[in-house]
Design a protein around this ligand. Structure first.
Ligand code: GUN
Ligand code: FE
Length: 437
């Protein structure tokens, strides 16, 4: 089962041929020719994986926004607004990754945990430390997770504490450039660097400008946070005299394949600007419910042609598995559509036509996210890499049950997206290799 478009579910009984990690053919067994070709492929294959009846194969999940060093605080600390959460909880934790033993222990727990949840591609903010960031890239390579890994650049004397920042803008740019080389030197085809200014409040103009130049000269992707909360938007307007995305664009940071986390406060013109620059958004629905003061309008963004995928925003979002985040995306879209204050008339309470369903949410989590970062994953079709997961629909103790004469394929898909837990995911593959023991 997969979602080739935001409103399209495709279901097939198929044999998938994989060579050197690439999908070379998909034989649909519902036609006589497909069934025959599938039989031939199975007979000739050097290795075969046959799945039990009741097991559904889906593309692996693409999490566009994860703060790797925040893994130890997942599930805690969401009582404060973003700007205080950073200084009171998050920067002190992230500063600890100067200790490479601590970093290695966290990465070695995080990466296989996410793989087991079906996150085959992870877009990581690491910490400010180049060494710990290299170890994160090595850990992804060792466990076989496809990943974009970024050293977090941050140097602003007011937006960061003096014990957790780049000493100067030029030191920050140099450390980010060195980190790109170190990640490339890991030598894994699965792992690439990404230039990562934390967000405008944490970066001086010189750092933002220097990283924009680094992106232009290297062609390396960029990620940052954009227009996340009322405070963040107000800060940008006060400092730059223009909104956050316009400032990022002036610094050369809105580029093809740039990932802007959150961006729930983009207006219509800013949405067009981001889309025209070829950048996309990591929609983080659960995190937004705590920090963002608003719900990102997925439908409006897609209608404007903006690239959108899903992010867990570990640990601003307290749910690490992206299937759960799909459900969050559906839920918050319903709240946006209906509105939430019963004191208002129904007609004035919400934003009409905002709802998304599980098909759109799963598309965001797979093909939509893959398109934002331009990686050949997210769909099981010839030409893409085989990143996939298999989900059981009959696990004793699980909640997914398919009933004859009740559940058609559409309902089965909905049940998997809404109800599957880590235990229901029996297999995970990245680049054709099994990564879930
Ligand atoms: N803005 C700057 N840093 C962060 C972070 O770590 N998490 C979130 N959600 N927003 C941020
Ligand atoms: Fe974030």
């Amino acid at each position: 089962m997969q979602t080739p478009g935001p409103d399209r579910l495709a279901v097939a009984d198929a044999v998938v041929e994989v060579q050197d990690g690439a999908i070379t053919a998909v034989h649909d067994r519902s036609t006589p020719e497909g069934a025959a070709a599938g039989r031939r492929a199975l007979a000739e294959a050097s290795e075969r994986v046959e799945l039990a009846p009741g097991t559904i194969v889906m593309p692996g999940l693409v999490d566009l926004h994860i703060h790797a060093p925040q893994w130890p605080q997942l599930g805690t600390g969401l009582d404060l607004p973003l700007e205080r959460w950073l200084f009171d909880y998050t920067f002190p934790l992230e500063a600890r990754y100067a200790d490479l033993d601590f970093a290695a222990a966290v990465w070695d727990d995080l990466v296989p945990s996410l793989l087991a949840m079906g996150t085959t591609t992870a877009v990581y903010f690491s910490s400010n430390h180049a060494e710990a960031t290299t170890v994160l890239a090595q850990t992804c390579a060792r466990h076989g997770q496809r990943a974009l890994v970024g050293r977090v650049a941050m140097d602003h004397p007011e937006g960061t504490p003096e014990w957790y920042r780049d000493a100067t803008a030029s030191a920050g740019v140099a450390a980010s450039a060195a980190s790109i080389e170190a990640i490339d030197a890991v030598g894994s085809p699965l792992v690439e660097p990404i230039i990562t200014p934390r967000f405008t409040p944490a970066c001086t103009d010189s750092l933002l400008e220097g990283l924009g130049e680094l992106a232009a000269s290297t062609g390396v992707r960029v990620q940052t946070h954009c227009s996340e909360s009322d405070w963040h938007c107000g800060y940008a307007l006060d400092r730059f005299g223009v909104s956050d995305p316009i400032a990022l664009n002036r610094f050369g940071l809105l580029r093809p394949r740039t990932v802007l986390a959150h961006s729930d406060h983009l207006n219509a013109d800013e949405t067009v600007l981001v889309s025209q620059r070829g950048a996309g958004v990591a929609h983080c629905p659960l995190s937004n419910s705590y920090f963002a003061n608003a719900v990102f309008g997925v439908r409006r963004a897609l209608a404007a042609g903006l690239g959108v995928g899903l992010g867990s925003d570990i640990a601003g979002g307290a749910r690490p598995g992206l299937l759960g985040v799909c459900q969050d995306a559906v839920t918050v879209s319903r709240m946006l559509e209906d509105g939430v204050d019963p004191a208002l008339d129904a007609a004035e309470r919400g934003v009409a036509e905002s709802r998304i369903d599980t098909v759109t949410a799963f598309w965001l989590a797979t093909a939509g996210g893959a398109a934002v970062v331009d990686l050949p994953v997210g769909l099981i079709e010839p030409g893409r890499r085989f990143d996939a997961m298999a989900v059981r629909t009959d696990r004793p103790g699980g909640a997914i049950r398919l009933w004859d004469d009740i559940d058609d394929e559409t309902r089965a898909f909905e049940k998997v997206v809404r109800l599957a837990t880590t235990d229901d995911i029996s297999h995970v593959w990245v680049d054709g290799s099994s990564v879930k023991p």
